[in-house]
Design a protein around this ligand. Structure first.
Ligand code: HEC
Length: 171
């Protein structure tokens, strides 16, 4: 009986082992599939991560300063800084800009106190910026700095820039 059982055991376990082997190979395949899937998911994840980092990097770049586009930098001031133009610019500046940027252009206007960021100090910043950059920034505005696209004509904006240029000498 014992022997017969033994034989029986053999004959029963043989196909079982085979089953286990095929099962194992199926599992291995499944594992390699899921591995591929994990790798794919990861690359999608990193792809998404990269995409979401891009605006963050751009934003961080923005935080370091207000940067005008290259085309704006190259824009030439079509109005010569004549006495008449500077005078016109002064009148506009004192009416519209001095409140924040200060009568002397030092950024310490009456309502500059609570502003963040602080209004630009034209005596410091100015030398590094072209007229075109000024024009772009005055047109666009940013944060507390209003946009003057509608409030000032193109000519008026250049007159103001000619006046701002008198606060510091620059190349
Ligand atoms: C309500 C306050 C306010 C008024 C009014 C205002 N500005 Fe500004 N301006 C700012 C602030 C604040 C900044 C800084 C913005 C920033 O860096 O994000 C700024 C920035 C600028 C810049 C950029 C300077 C730089 O170094 O990047 C220019 C140019 C400028 N203003 C010109 C003008 C002119 C011209 C007028 C008037 C027609 C004017 N602003 C009126 C608040 C004001």
């Amino acid at each position: 009986m014992g022997e017969g059982w033994g034989e029986g055991e053999n004959s029963v376990t043989q196909p079982f082992r085979a089953d286990i082997l095929t099962l194992a190979s199926i599992r291995a395949k499944a594992l390699s599939y899921s591995c591929k899937e994990v790798v794919m998911r990861h690359s999608i994840f990193y792809c998404l991560l990269g995409l979401s980092l891009l605006p963050m990097i751009t934003f961080a770049h923005e935080m370091t300063g207000w940067i005008a586009p290259e085309e704006a930098k190259k824009m030439k001031n079509p109005i010569k800084p004549t006495k008449a133009s500077i005078q016109k610019g002064k009148e506009i500046y004192e009416k519209k800009c001095a409140l924040c940027h200060g009568v002397k252009g030092d950024g310490k206007g009456l309502s500059s106190e609570g502003l963040n960021p602080k209004p630009a100090n034209f005596k410091e910043h100015h030398g590094k910026m072209t007229d075109g950059e000024h024009f772009w920034k005055i047109t666009k505005g940013k944060g507390p700095m209003p946009s003057y696209e509608k409030d000032l004509t193109v000519e008026e904006r250049w007159h103001v820039i000619n006046y701002i240029n008198t606060f510091t000498k620059h190349p």
